[in-house]
Design a protein around this ligand. Structure first.
Ligand code: CA
Length: 718
């Protein structure tokens, strides 16, 4: 039995979504400030970390460490629910709320923005950018959004369709709106903008589908583009008239060959998450994503380092001019993004123990890096999870690769996989304990070359094979076996000794972002819905509360009228739930996405989600030959799995096709899957990629899976 590729977890996408607004609680309290987002760069520098949460990572250094101490190891036992707010979505929620001038600004799926009274949860305004839902298929990992930035009375949001918008912080009215990408290409924006000295910084995503990445700086007042730094050269390796031109002439161009899919497909390198402002060095430091396609043999057969893929890059804040880079994964071949949290801190790593300003990152490739912030010099790098793609790093921080990891048609079961040793869930750093808190994953993936690979514009297109050797009849227990190979843990990592100080093992792999506080606590959620406070020094579990929903986003904390609050956004969806949520007991519900806010002595309750029952009955008799069903499996795995789940088992976030009414009617199935009649709801047609016969083969497979599921369940209950 060969289940190698069946063990894969894969990275995911998707479709269909709901979002509306609701208004809970009483009206805003009358002592509320008449200021809204009255923030400039100096206020963010002066304030952080303190009573508010003024930027995505809690401050420009993005430590996610608050100096607030009212909620601490002694008092946390009385922490209870102060208020909740319904984000009205069943899709992934990844936002960290911004709190400023008593107002909370938070986002949800489809780039919706909400302004709430931060003390009561009362709704002040909501904003729906009215995204065409058919763009959902461009999103590798659900139609998520990680939050806004605020500056001088405006709220800035990156919209999933590639817009960057400035909203009036008091009213939510659109002040300006700019399209930051070529919308004919599969770009998306899921990350939070940052604002520095009047510049709004925003990147994008899309490297699973084929785009060329870059970071842009827009004028906060006018929305005019000020500078742009590309992370991959253009196919001619000629100047773009952009801030990155000199960097490609000096170090970038020679690391790319002249042929391969990168020439037509963009090459990847999207800047989809970490962007930090290093004020002392007047530079922006950002993380760059994976190559596109993943497989370097098809992306760039010449096999160079492919700068600036999978790199940490520093540029001048005013001009975007290149200053330094450090590439974590030369010649990326595995979706090893270096977009994960970047944290700036002072560590005693200078001469005679003097403090040195450093950059810390725990990217997907599994090494924890410490770099000099001013120069990018590699100081140290150590595996924080088990790995079998590299034996270690050389003196310059370059990975010493294990040859088999550059896979061919024979699958190589690898750790970490494309989900990473660490993904978007934010890491935190406690400067007193000098510990970084990493939400780490151990999720293997069998990588292999896809011999049928061909360019598929605007669709998933990694050059790796998600479908080879999957057996038609999945033996009972295999899904449990796969899941048992997925592990997750919270690691308190000492970046000076480069070793863990303590570790909390989680029940399931996908664990949430982290908040550190001077109260000696570390807060973290899990997808099972536990929200827990640990002792920052030793990892002892001190307090926990059930959220009745998944929680993967970064929690925050703030103080109003002398009371400290802790807040977290909840929901299912996002990458892991879509592709591997099948045993999280995720059910269909339009009301699982919420903001949940706690304070001491409160005893509110979190409303239970409204679940929609699923009719788990087969909608057609088995049909098709074994070959037809096997073909259907291959086409399903290549085109449908990243949204609707491996083996056609959905997490419930997006429709489970086994129980879909459309599966019972060949014409209706063709209308949806081939013609795209549900594209307004997010399910585009695949007629440009799949023939009528292939679409029907997928139906035969899905129907067979429905029968197989019920047969296996019946057998198990006997
Ligand atoms: Ca990726």
């Amino acid at each position: 039995m060969s289940l190698k590729v069946g063990l894969s977890t894969v990275a995911g996408i998707c479709l269909l979504g709901l979002a509306a607004c609701s208004a809970p609680q009483e009206a805003t309290n009358d002592s509320a400030s008449d200021k809204f987002a009255d923030v400039d760069t100096q206020r963010i520098i002066d304030a952080s970390p303190a009573a508010e949460w003024l930027s995505y990572g809690g401050g420009y250094d993005e430590k996610r460490h608050s100096s607030l101490t009212q909620i601490n190891r002694e008092t946390v036992s009385t922490l209870g629910v102060a208020w909740t707010y319904d984000l009205a979505t069943n899709r992934g929620v990844e936002a960290t709320p911004i709190v400023v001038d008593r107002t909370m600004y938070v986002t949800s799926a489809w780039s919706h923005v909400y302004a709430l009274d931060a003390a009561t949860g009362a709704e002040l305004w909501t904003y729906d950018p009215a995204v065409d839902k058919s763009v959902g298929v461009k999103a590798c990992c659900d139609v998520v959004n990680r939050g806004v930035a605020v500056y001088e009375g405006k709220v800035f949001v990156g919209v999933i369709d590639g817009r960057l918008e400035a909203l009036d912080a008091k009213t939510g009215a659109v002040v300006w709106s700019k399209v930051t990408v070529d919308q004919s290409k599969p770009y998306t924006i899921t990350g939070a903008p940052r604002v520095v000295d009047g510049l709004v910084l925003i990147g994008n995503g899309g490297a699973e589908l084929g785009v060329r990445g870059y970071l842009s700086a827009y004028n906060a007042e006018t929305g005019d583009l000020v500078w742009r730094f590309y992370t991959v050269p253009n196919p001619e390796k000629q100047p773009d008239g952009a801030a990155s031109d000199a960097a490609f002439q000096s170090v970038g161009n020679i690391t790319w060959g002249d042929e391969g899919a990168w020439v037509t497909d963009g090459g990847g390198g999207t800047v989809w998450d970490s962007i930090v402002y290093d004020a002392p060095n007047q530079q922006i430091i950002f993380g760059v994503g994976n190559g596109s396609p993943w497989n370097q043999k098809v992306r760039d057969p010449a096999g160079g380092d492919n700068l600036f893929l999978s790199s940490i890059v520093a540029v001048d804040v005013k001009t975007g001019t290149y200053k330094w880079h450090f590439q974590t994964t030369p010649g990326d071949n595995w979706d090893y993004t270096a977009t994960q949290s970047i944290i700036l801190a002072e560590l005693p790593l200078g001469e005679n123990g003097a403090n040195r300003r450093v950059v810390m990152q725990a990217p997907k490739n599994g090494f924890f890096y410490v770099l000099d912030a001013e120069t990018g010099e590699f100081l140290s790098g150590t595996p924080f999870v088990p790995m079998n793609w590299a034996q270690g790093l050389d003196e310059n921080g370059r990975p010493i690769e294990i040859a088999d990891a550059r896979y061919g048609e024979v699958p190589y079961l690898q750790l970490p996989g494309p989900v990473g040793a660490h993904n978007w869930q934010p890491m935190a750093f406690n400067p007193e304990e000098k510990l970084a808190y990493i939400p780490a994953h151990e999720i293997p993936q069998a990588y292999s070359f896809d011999p049928r690979w061909a360019i598929k514009p605007t669709k998933w297109n990694t050059g790796t094979d998600f479908s080879a050797e999957i057996p038609l009849d999945i033996p009972p227990g295999v899904m449990k076996f796969i899941r048992a190979s997925h592990k997750g843990r919270l690691i308190a990592w000492d970046p000076i000794s480069q070793a863990p100080r303590w570790i909390v093992e989680h029940k399931n792999a996908w664990n949430g972002g982290v908040l550190s506080t001077a109260g000696g606590l570390v807060f973290q959620g899990t997808m099972e819905g536990d929200f827990t406070a640990y002792n920052a020094a030793n990892g002892d579990k001190i307090w926990s509360h059930a959220l009745k929903s998944g929680a993967a986003s970064g929690p925050g904390t703030y103080e109003i009228d002398g009371e400290q609050y802790v807040t977290i956004t909840t929901g299912w969806g996002s990458l892991y739930s879509l592709v591997a949520g099948y045993d999280y007991d995720v059910k269909v519900s339009p009301t699982v996405g919420k903001v949940v806010t706690f304070k001491l002595g409160a005893n509110g309750t979190i409303p239970a989600a409204d679940f929609i029952p699923i009719d788990r009955s087969v909608k057609a008799e088995r049909f098709g030959t074994d070959q037809q069903i096997q073909d259907g499996l291959v086409h399903f795995s290549r085109n449908c799995m990243v949204c609707h789940g491996p083996f056609a088992i959905s997490s419930g976030v997006l429709p489970d096709l086994r129980w879909s009414d459309y599966s019972g009617n060949a014409d209706a199935w063709q209308a949806v899957v081939h013609e795209g009649v549900l594209s307004d709801a997010g399910m585009i047609g695949f007629g440009d990629l799949l023939s009528v016969e292939e679409v029907e083969a997928i139906r035969a497979y899905v129907v067979a899976q429905a029968h197989n599921t019920l047969d296996q369940e019946a057998a198990a209950s006997r």
